[in-house]
Each structure stands twice: as structure tokens, then as C-alpha cells.
Design a binder for this molecule. Structure first.
Ligand SMILES: [Cu+2]
Length: 320
């Protein structure tokens, strides 16, 4: 009896191990992800002091929500242009291969646009409103990020990060009606990070209450989008080096040991930074273009042993 039981246990254990190995080797099953957004013309706070700005938004916030799927997934998307709005709005997903005149066409107030697309490349991509004048719709806040995780998952060349953060940079034009100035790059006064000037920089803004955090030695992965109207971003971690830069966020486009990476308008890329493991340190993640850095594009990353274990994990990657 004893022998049989042991034998049964062994066979059971082998079966579980075999199943686990099988599951690990299978690509993730593609799924359909439903995403609904409301275009909303509404006031938002544009700095840490609470100053208001007449924004145009997806779902009432700059940037819009993080959309996250796995390569191969179908995005089942709906844009509702609330009838209280005055303007047509649209969506342009840089992760989609569709028809600009169909899926990305403007939607009138009170109307809804529904379409599906399959994600065919992994990486990080901008989405934005493309209604005319497009410069104004983006400058007033209609942009966000879609993360398409690679179907292969993590590997030696694309290691699992300890923390993840989204940073999206924009230009702030206080005269929200000046679409001609936005196109000419005139009249912008500040840089926005996730919709606010010096959003995560308590060093330059005493009203700032948020910063990025990690523990010493952790791999922090930053998904960065340049949502500026006319300016590239010289993305640099002061007191650090990008351990890896994944161009467009695709694990196949990897570069090592980069000090500054130039991010074009409407480009998004993925940046890994690893702080020294043996002591607490701080980084300032900046657009090294001085006119942008000193007008708002500085983000503090604090690497301390008491870092909040929940920060930069799960749904908590875009700090509001
Ligand atoms: Cu719009």
C-alpha cells in the first residue's frame, strides 16, 4: 500500500511539473480587450498648486488612461464624444494598422465611434486625438499611452523589472485658444509631465507631493512618450545611466549604457535604470533641453530602502 501511495504521489507531482512546463512554454492566448473612452472638455489642474486650465481630455485627465494589452490581442475600442462638448474629437492609436479616414475619423458631439484592431508589434505607443486642428487637440491634453507587452514575455534580453512607471511629456500653452501659436511653437511657457508642471519634483516645486520611488539596486522601467507639439526630448537620468533603452519599447531594439536618448515628437520608448545597490541615491530624470527641464520637465526618482512596496507595481504605474 505504502509503495503504491508513494508511487501515486510521485506520478502526481510529475504530472503537475509537466503541466507547469507546458504552460510556461505556451504563448499567451490572445484575448479581446474592451476599451471605452469619453472625450471630455473640462478644467484640469495643470500644476501642483492647483491652477486650472480649460483642457480637452480623454476621460477628464491629462494624460488619458494607460491602455495595456499583450501583443496579438484585439483592442475593441469605443470613443464616446459627450454631447455637452463643443468640438469633434477622434482617436489615433499609434499601435493600430487601420484606415486613417475610417477608424481615426472625427466624431461629432453626441456621437460614438467603435472599431477593433489587432496589436501586431510589441512596444509602447502614443495615442492622441487627431481632430483638426490637431496641434490644439494634443496641446490641450488629448493624449496617452498604450503598452503592448511582448507575447514572448520576459527573457535575458528583456528582464522582468522591479518597478514600472509611465512618464508622458507635453508642452503647456497657457492660451488654449491660440492654435496658430501652437503650430508655430510660440507661446508655450512650461513643460508638463503627466499633465503637470514639475509634477514629481519636490526639489523645484515645494507643492509637489509625489516622486518616483524604488529600492537601491532595483531595475526601474520607464515607459516614456513625447507628446510635445514641436520639440524633441533629450531624455537623460541625472546621476545615472540608462542601463538599456528599448527603442519604441520593442525588446528587439535594445541599446546599452546610454546617457541621453533623443525622443522624437510622437515617439515612445522604454528606459531601464538600475541604481547602486549599496546605498540610497536619487536621480533626476529630465529633458536635458534646458528650456524644457527648467520649465517643468524634471522628475525625481528616490532609491531608498523604505520605498513603498506598492509604488510602480500593477495598476500603480502612472502616479496621479
Ligand atoms: Cu480632440
Amino acid at each position: 500500500m505504502k509503495r503504491i501511495r508513494n508511487n501515486g504521489k510521485w506520478i502526481g507531482g510529475l504530472a503537475v511539473a509537466a503541466l507547469a512546463a507546458f504552460a510556461a512554454s505556451q504563448p499567451v492566448m490572445a484575448k479581446t480587450v474592451k476599451v471605452t473612452m469619453h472625450a471630455m472638455e473640462t478644467e484640469v489642474e495643470i500644476d501642483n498648486a492647483g491652477h486650472k486650465y480649460p483642457a480637452w481630455t480623454f476621460d477628464g485627465a491629462i494624460p488619458g488612461k494607460v491602455v495595456r494589452v499583450t501583443e496579438g490581442d484585439i483592442v475593441d475600442f469605443e470613443l464616446i464624444n459627450d454631447k455637452s462638448n463643443k468640438n469633434s474629437h477622434s482617436i489615433d492609436f499609434h499601435a493600430a494598422r487601420v484606415d486613417v479616414l475610417n477608424e481615426f475619423a472625427p466624431v461629432k458631439p453626441g456621437e460614438t465611434k467603435h472599431f477593433k484592431f489587432k496589436t501586431t508589434y510589441p512596444g509602447v505607443f502614443m495615442y492622441h486625438c487627431g481632430a483638426s486642428p490637431m496641434a490644439q487637440h494634443i496641446a490641450r491634453g488629448m493624449y496617452g499611452i498604450i503598452i503592448v507587452d511582448p507575447k514572448e514575455g520576459f527573457s535575458k534580453d528583456f528582464p522582468r523589472p522591479d518597478r514600472e512607471y509611465v512618464l508622458i511629456q507635453g508642452q503647456y500653452f497657457p492660451n488654449a485658444e491660440d492654435d496658430k501659436g501652437m503650430i508655430a511653437n510660440e507661446g508655450w511657457t512650461n513643460a508638463l509631465i503627466n499633465g503637470k508642471i514639475f509634477h514629481y519634483d519636490p526639489v523645484h516645486d515645494p507643492n509637489a507631493s509625489l516622486a518616483l520611488t524604488s529600492k537601491p539596486g532595483e531595475r526601474v522601467r520607464i515607459y516614456f512618450v513625447n507628446a510635445n507639439i514641436n520639440m524633441p526630448v533629450a531624455f537623460h537620468p541625472i546621476a545615472g545611466i540608462w542601463d538599456r533603452v528599448y527603442v519604441n519599447g520593442n525588446p528587439r531594439n535594445v541599446m546599452y549604457g546610454i546617457q541621453t536618448y533623443n525622443v522624437a515628437v510622437a515617439e515612445a520608448s522604454t528606459f531601464d535604470i538600475v541604481s547602486p545597490a549599496d546605498r540610497p541615491t536619487n536621480n533626476a530624470i529630465v529633458d536635458h533641453t534646458m528650456s524644457a527641464a527648467l520649465r517643468g520637465a524634471i522628475t525625481v526618482l528616490m532609491n531608498t530602502p523604505d520605498a513603498d512596496p506598492k509604488a510602480g507595481k500593477g495598476d500603480n504605474i502612472l502616479l496621479r
